[in-house]
Design a protein around this ligand. Structure first.
Ligand SMILES: NC(=O)C1=CN([C@@H]2O[C@H](COP(=O)(O)OP(=O)(O)OC[C@H]3O[C@@H](n4cnc5c(N)ncnc54)[C@H](OP(=O)(O)O)[C@@H]3O)[C@@H](O)[C@H]2O)[C@@H](O)CC1
Ligand SMILES: Nc1ncnc2c1ncn2[C@@H]1O[C@H](COP(=O)(O)OP(=O)(O)OP(=O)(O)O)[C@@H](O)[C@H]1O
Ligand SMILES: [Mg+2]
Length: 391
């Protein structure tokens, strides 16, 4: 109840911010640009500010108490790691731990295992992915896992992909939340049916991976001018799987309508939204619906994260994001829709992971500048998390 009251207060505050920023936009104030840069929730009539969205993430973070035992705050599995790529699964798995998971497993090939183990004594590494019994060997751990991150450093070997396909099926049968990234997305582009309609899946494509998926699922060449529309279409075509398109801004959607449709009276400045220049490639809001009295169904919701990151584009940042997301998805689903004020827990988790990754990038860049690497970003996970979510 307290949470809901707090959330309503935050929503009211967000409405005020929206009205102020709309007014300021008319005069071209730089403050408007700052507000817009932080966060925007497009095509939804509940205009929520950055603080509001961050509060939803804070709501899902489990308290640290003496009453819990090891494992309760998250046992995450990363499926990936082969001869070529050992860094990616390490980045994902260590990020899960640094965010707050209790145990982090990596399921990789035999060859990759000793390398990944040598990076960190904190990871539990299973050299099983290329064994004839891979599906059984991973399967026996599934009952103990809260979330799976599939794809970082997996590679595209047919035998591995075939094993991963069966692991995905087994995980879905158990209702395990699955984050799919990197070469896991390559597999989904070959066989979209694997993830079709699975409501506990989040896909985290970069630009290239998104184009590939879009082509495979929709037969569409990517329209770079309409990123939000492209994400909505892909999510809907996949049966409302949550999609996080990474980029200059991260665009997040499950293709569904705002959970608050028709219920939020405080947050319906539709006409203001239309008049406010929105951030994004198109430069303008695409909201075209009528005012609060409109009886037309609101459009599906689409979140954008434009937390300040850095200009550094070193490899591995996406792995940090997918590993963090593994934990946050578990926390969000465990917390339930009441703690997320009716919004999809997966959207809240995705927004949290995007914000955190970009904040890590920002903080690391302030210290290391051009020499920033993903390892430097991982060192910032703790401070960035505290700053964003534990204030
Ligand atoms: N240390 C490690 O072990 C790491 C391992 N990793 C692992 O590598 C595997 C393959 O993943 P991936 O991301 O390199 O493959 P994919 O999506 O095919 O991209 C290939 C090419 O696409 C382009 N390109 C990429 N982004 C773009 C953009 N935004 N906008 C435009 N173009 C863009 C770019 O092409 P180029 O510019 O060279 O023409 C790029 O070279 C996977 O397992 C992953 O987990 C990584 O996680 C990193 C750390
Ligand atoms: N042009 C950009 N400006 C600012 N941030 C960006 C930009 N492109 C990507 N990012 C951020 O970098 C992080 C990783 O996204 P990216 O597209 O690099 O993933 P990736 O290619 O999968 O990374 P990886 O090298 O781990 O495979 C995300 O948090 C994203 O928001
Ligand atoms: Mg990647």
């Amino acid at each position: 109840m307290a949470t809901r009251t707090g959330a309503w207060a935050a929503v009211a505050a967000a409405a005020v911010v929206a009205v102020l920023s709309a007014a300021l936009a008319l005069y071209g104030s730089p403050l408007d640009a700052v507000l817009k840069r932080a966060f925007s929730l497009h095509n939804a009539h509940s205009v929520k500010g950055m603080e509001d969205a961050l509060q939803l993430v804070r709501n899902i973070v489990p308290p640290l108490t003496a009453k819990k035992h090891k494992g309760q705050d998250g046992r995450v599995g990363v499926v990936g790691g082969c001869r070529e790529y050992t860094g990616a699964p390490y980045f994902a798995a260590i990020s899960a731990l640094k965010v707050g998971a209790d145990l982090s497993h990596v399921f990789c090939t035999q060859e990759a295992a000793p390398v990944i183990k040598a990076y960190s004594p904190e990871l539990i590494v299973h050299p099983v992915l290329d064994s004839p019994d891979a599906v059984h060997d991973v399967g026996k751990w599934l009952p103990r896992l809260h979330a799976l991150v599939v794809g970082p450093g997996l590679g595209r070997d047919d035998v591995l992909l075939s094993n991963v396909k069966d692991i995905l099926e087994a995980s879905k049968a158990r209702g395990i939340p699955i984050v799919i990234d990197a070469d896991g997305l390559w597999l989904i582009a070959q066989q979209p049916a694997l993830i079709q309609g699975y409501q506990k899946a989040v896909l985290t494509p970069n630009h290239v991976e998104f184009s590939r998926l879009s082509e495979a699922v929709l037969g569409d060449p990517l329209d770079g001018q309409d990123r939000r529309g492209a994400v909505l279409r892909l999510s809907q075509a996949l049966g409302n799987v949550t999609v996080v398109q990474k980029g200059e801004r991260d665009v997040i959607s499950d293709g569904k309508q705002d959970a608050h449709a028709g219920t939020h009276t405080l947050c319906q400045p539709w006409s203001l939204q239309q008049s406010v220049p929105m951030s994004g490639p198109a430069g303008k809001s695409e909201v075209t619906l009528g005012g609060p009295s409109s009886t037309r169904a609101p459009p599906p919701q689409c979140w954008e994260c434009s937390q300040e990151g850095s200009g550094r584009r070193c490899g591995g940042q996406g792995d940090l994001l997918s590993g963090s997301l593994g934990v946050l998805v578990h926390w969000a689903l465990q917390a339930g829709p009441e703690r997320t004020d009716g919004f999809s827990p997966l959207l809240v988790a995705a927004f949290g992971a995007c914000t955190l990754t970009r904040q890590c990038s920002h903080q690391a860049f302030q210290k290391h500048g051009r020499s920033t690497t993903t390892t430097d970003m991982i060192a910032e996970v703790g401070p960035a998390f505290s700053r964003l979510f534990e204030t």
